[in-house]
Design a protein. Sequence first.
Length: 308
Amino acid sequence: MTEAVAYPVGTPGRAWGEVEIDEWRARQSRLRRYDRDVLPRIERLAERFERISYGRLEYAGEAYELCALSSRPWDASLPAALVTGGVHGYETSGVMGALEFLETRAADYVGRVNLLVAPCVSPWGYERINRWNYDAVDPNRSFREDGPSEEAAALMRLVRPRLGEFLLHIDLHETTDSDESEFRPALASRDGKPFEPGTIPDGFYLVADAEDPQLDFQQAIIAAVEAVTHIAPPDAAGEIIGCPVVGHGIITYPQRDYGMCASITGAPYTTTTEVYPDSPRATPQQCNDAQVAAVCAALDFVLARRRA
């Protein structure tokens, strides 16, 4: 039996309505700036990549341009790879890792693969350091045609014309201590459910698609990242975040059923990274480097398989 956690918004046992969502919104404040941290780096990268404006979010008088970068030129004879970061805006290394990959390593893949990179899918969440969007919706449970997140819908519109071309989609995430102290209690309160405490894994891990996990692909990424930072061990039950471990640092989710970002392309190779930035054994730069290593290892694996 677990102790109930009193989240400061909502009434235990009752799902939120508009009053509670407004109360939750009032607790959020802008802690960093998308237009200062992310957009200038995208503008600089536009010298080497095609800059794509794929949507515009407007929340309470604030507007955010959604931007992606793609290979220029796009070669129809090559396979495509999608890299996404910041689907949960608060997960910093997902955003920074996607940008650092473009800045430091993407040139290695010119003429081998078409790249499409959306570095910060949820800029409002990035600024508030929050998992949800302005409507208290989790974008990474909303990637379906009738989903409630405009962040998710805009990304799906961006990808739709190139469905069938993607060989790979890697979605860059973090698991943080605030998942347990803030976001999971908020989720329980929002849905009118009791909060069940869990544990945060110390280290990097991957979430594969339960329907087609491609474990050799996942293991190749883990091996590359292990040279950069440590891999999360399973807990006493042999699990990571409540899911059975199916390989070293690997768990699975039913991506399409959950409306996860990694399900949107139908690519044969998909994965979701999870870095632990609150570990005393990892620095912010190591977390960014782990994301870059994961992207490169994923690309190297699928391109080698394509040649074989």
